[in-house]
Design a protein around this ligand. Structure first.
Ligand SMILES: Nc1ncnc2c1ncn2[C@@H]1O[C@H](COP(=O)(O)OP(=O)(O)O)[C@@H](O)[C@H]1O
Ligand SMILES: O=C(CO)[C@@H](O)[C@H](O)COP(=O)(O)O
Length: 572
């Protein structure tokens, strides 16, 4: 670490962890720390994988107090690492998307008057009108989703307005349901923050405005009009104009600039952890928008984030919304958009398949899963004439396609996907290891095919580079199978920070926010300072002629399998 010069701090408040990462102006990482919610606070808050469940209603939520305690703990851990917090010039971060935090009428006063001799949790509990934040895995809002689509004339139209069809986890539908279920809580709420604005507010000592990219995860922000949708605000607030106006106040302004400073850090952090009083707080954003800031992403590059959720991300100048995926404003660059696919059945679903296999004797819990995945050929086609195997492994109700929990196994002709039929009895558990990764990747390939074109003459349409991030990117078998299906004309790369990509994106956002020259874009500034060497590692050649096409042959059958399952679900 250089002995002087400014440092920047990035956070990631995701489902299972709070991570912090400190970088220099030249983007070198100098320090990091993390709190694992289950390990550090599992017993105290009775959480599993970071959340609490009310299965009867499909509710998934996290205690806000857990996050307050985790923030003090992660800062203490950074201090224990001897991180020179006094040199931190700016803070930003990334947080799980869609979650909402409900502030009470005392919030501003309590945030402004924090005493550094006490902890955040001791002082801020009365600052919230609701002790829980709905989590993105919540699926309690089907009724509200139907109302959102009805209100504007269907899923297609809602996607044109807000960038997405109605989704269970999106904040507008969550607010609408909570207002109906807990009217007193709603009326004693002064402000509602997304998780990103909540964490920024703690640092700012005042409720922070929402971020222009994260606001697109609510089904309330009209992207083409660049304003809240009055129709949707009115609906979420119970159907009246007065209700809609009140909700607009609770949500507050959306900050249009992803950079700059929103103000300096609260004296609580200066006194308790030795931050400089000049340290500034930049807007925080969602974890997926921050992931596309972890490296200079070029058009046709794709990022696959293998966290608790699996997401597929691309940056694009064209706004082409569709009900089966999401568009968000880009977190730093006006006129650019982020394309996203999001799956609930990501890391946890792969763990379920892993746990059916015999437990490995060594320390690597993934050993047997990986052996099985790599020993199985693509689609389990071992010889000419073998049927291709396709499965769906939804341990939680899925987002796209909107299918309830279940597992399905089908076979079809490997040459053209014809003669698709459900298999009578499950195939060996070893086959599932490769099939679940293939299934997740086929879904991404199917839904992103309209956004990609041939990177070079003579190649089929596919991404140029595929970057893998998140916990699952540490796994060589998962990365290899994903690469077989998705291609990637210039190879498949893993970000060397593994599970820390969005925290790093948050830290880079802070660098740009405070060091940008007049008019300098994020990509210009980061592009100049980012060195490929040491930041990314090539983990696969990507496009494999023959194998890529083999998966292409069954893409139609995969889509048909989903449609058949959806039809059965609809007729139930
Ligand atoms: N070696 C590994 N192989 C496969 N999956 C892994 C490995 N290490 C971590 N994971 C997965 O990564 C997930 C957590 O990823 P992370 O990006 O830290 O999550 P989040 O940001 O959602 O909290 C876990 O659910 C776990 O399944
Ligand atoms: O719901 C979404 C995106 O729409 C999730 O991607 C969440 O943003 C949380 O992600 P993790 O990082 O915890 O997996």
């Amino acid at each position: 670490m250089a002995a002087d010069g400014p440092l920047y701090l990035g956070f990631d408040l995701s489902t299972q962890q709070l991570k912090a990462i400190v970088v220099q102006s030249d983007l070198t990482v100098v320090s990091s720390a993390k709190v694992d919610f289950d390990q550090d606070f599992g017993a105290k808050y009775n959480i599993k994988k970071g959340v609490l469940l009310n299965e009867a209603e499909g509710e998934v939520f996290a205690p806000v107090a857990l996050w307050l305690e985790s923030l003090d703990l992660v800062l203490q851990r950074l201090q224990d690492e001897k991180t020179p917090l006094n040199r931190i010039k700016g803070i930003s971060g990334s947080c799980q998307q869609h979650g909402s935090v409900y502030w009470s009428h005392q919030a501003e006063e309590l945030l402004a008057g924090l005493n550094s001799d006490k902890s955040l949790v001791e002082q801020l509990t009365p600052a919230f009108s609701h002790p829980y934040a709905p989590n993105w895995q919540d699926h309690s809002t089907q009724h509200e989703c139907d109302k959102f689509e009805e209100a504007v004339g269907g899923a297609e139209r809602l996607a044109q307005i807000t960038g997405s069809a109605a989704h269970h986890r999106f904040t507008g539908t969550q607010i609408m349901r909570l207002r109906r279920k807990l009217p007193e809580m709603y009326s004693s709420t002064s402000r509602i923050s997304l998780v990103s604005a909540f964490l920024a507010s703690l640092f700012l000592g005042s409720v922070a405005p929402m971020d222009i990219s994260d606001a697109c995860g609510m089904n309330l922000w009209d992207i083409p009009e660049n304003n809240w949708s009055q129709t949707l605000l009115d609906l979420a607030a119970g159907g009246s104009k007065e209700g809609g106006a009140e909700l607009r106040q609770k949500l507050g302004e959306v900050r249009q600039d992803g950079g700059g400073s929103m103000g300096s850090i609260s004296s609580y952090f200066v006194q308790k952890y030795g931050f400089s009083a000049d340290c500034g707080v930049a807007p925080f954003t969602g974890d997926n928008p921050a992931t596309i800031l972890a490296l200079p992403l070029r058009p046709l590059d794709a990022i696959v984030s293998l966290g608790t959720s699996t997401t597929f991300l691309m940056s694009t100048p064209v706004y082409k919304p569709d009900p089966s995926y999401h568009f968000f404003n880009h977190p730093t660059t006006p006129g650019q958009y982020m394309f996203m696919l999001c799956y609930k059945n990501g890391g946890l679903a792969r763990e379920k398949v892993r746990d059916v296999l015999p437990k490995p004797e060594g320390a690597d819990v993934w050993e047997n899963f990986n052996k099985a995945a790599l020993a199985t050929p693509p689609l389990d086609v071992k010889a000419e004439g073998d049927k291709a195997k396709l499965g769906l492994y939804f341990y939680l109700p899925e987002i796209v396609p909107n299918i309830s929990a279940g597992t399905w196994r089908y076979e079809c002709n490997a040459k053209d996907g014809s003669e698709l039929q459900e298999v009578e009895k499950p195939w060996p558990v070893e086959t599932d290891a490769r099939a679940i990764i293939e299934s997740q990747a086929l879904s991404m390939r199917l839904r992103s095919q309209k956004l990609v074109h041939a990177p070079r003459e003579g190649l089929p349409a596919q991404p140029r580079r595929v970057y893998l991030v998140g916990g699952g990117s540490l796994n060589p078998a998962i990365t290899s199978v994903l690469a077989d299906v998705l291609g990637g004309a210039d190879g498949v790369y893993k970000l060397d920070v593994g599970g820390n990509a969005c925290a790093l994106g948050g830290a880079y956002k802070a660098v740009w926010a405070f060091e940008r020259a007049e008019g300098e874009t994020f990509d210009e500034l980061i592009g100049k300072r980012w060195k490929e060497e040491g930041a990314i590692q090539k983990v696969g050649e990507g496009y494999k002629e023959g194998v890529f096409e083999q998966y292409g042959e069954v893409l139609g059958a995969f889509e048909e399998m989903e449609e058949r399952i959806l039809k059965v679900a609809r007729n139930k």
